[in-house]
Ligand binder design. Structure first.
Ligand code: GRF
Length: 203
């Protein structure tokens, strides 16, 4: 399956996808393109280092959000992309693009949705004082962090955790979960029934 990874920053989840899927000849996943909304971000460097095509599409270069979405979509079409993986992509698409790619856009979120949606999932969970948080991979729908949940992993918050030590364990959990979910999607093992999503075991 040809996938696009969209990222705005560090790209550690992109790296996990490169290492665990793109470079694994047995995995049915090829990262066809990495798209960023920022010219200089480390995710693009990681892609280039792996020989993966890159594209930058910036909001400020377009007259409105529909034009921005259209430019992203043009890149996806050019590269024959079948699945879009949002891995730290700090932009929200307009509902029309989301509808065209129903169940073909996934996002990784650093908390156990529906708790702590939004930009600061790790900090919000830490400051709230929950004892268990985690990571979620979900389909993207017209809302923010509201789509059907595909996979989740719990991460405990210990008494001596700081936001930074928690963040390290959250990211480690993300780097496991995201490639697993993308592999399951590529292998056709994900079945969606309304909000409920089932993953069949590998054959
Ligand atoms: C991750 O924590 C992800 O859950 C959130 O943004 C962060 C991206 O990290 N959506 P990276 O760029 O993959 O290192």
């Amino acid at each position: 399956m040809r996938i696009a990874v969209l990222a705005s920053g560090n790209g550690s989840n992109l790296q996990a996808l490169i290492d665990r899927l793109h470079l694994d000849a047995d995995a049915p996943v090829e990262i066809a393109v990495v798209v960023s909304d920022r010219k200089a971000c480390y995710a693009l460097e990681r892609a280039r280092a792996a020989g993966i095509p890159t594209a930058t599409v910036r909001v400020q270069d377009h007259v409105n959000r529909d034009a921005f979405d259209a430019a992203v979509e043009a890149v996806l079409r050019e590269h024959g992309v079948e699945l879009i993986v949002l891995a730290g992509f700090m932009r929200v698409f307009q509902p029309s693009l989301v509808r065209r790619y129903r169940h073909r856009i996934v996002n990784i979120h650093p908390a156990l949705l529906p708790s702590f949606p939004g930009t600061h999932g790790i900090r919000d969970a830490f400051e709230y004082g929950v004892r268990v948080t985690g990571v979620t991979v979900h389909f993207v729908d017209e809302g923010v962090d509201t789509g059907p949940i595909i996979g989740q992993v719990a991460v405990s918050i210990e008494s001596d955790d700081t936001e930074d030590t928690l963040a390290e364990r959250i990211h480690a959990a993300e780097h496991q979960l995201l490639p697993e979910v993308v592999r399951a999607l590529a292998e056709g093992r994900v079945c969606v029934d309304g909000r409920r999503v089932r993953i069949a075991p590998p054959t």
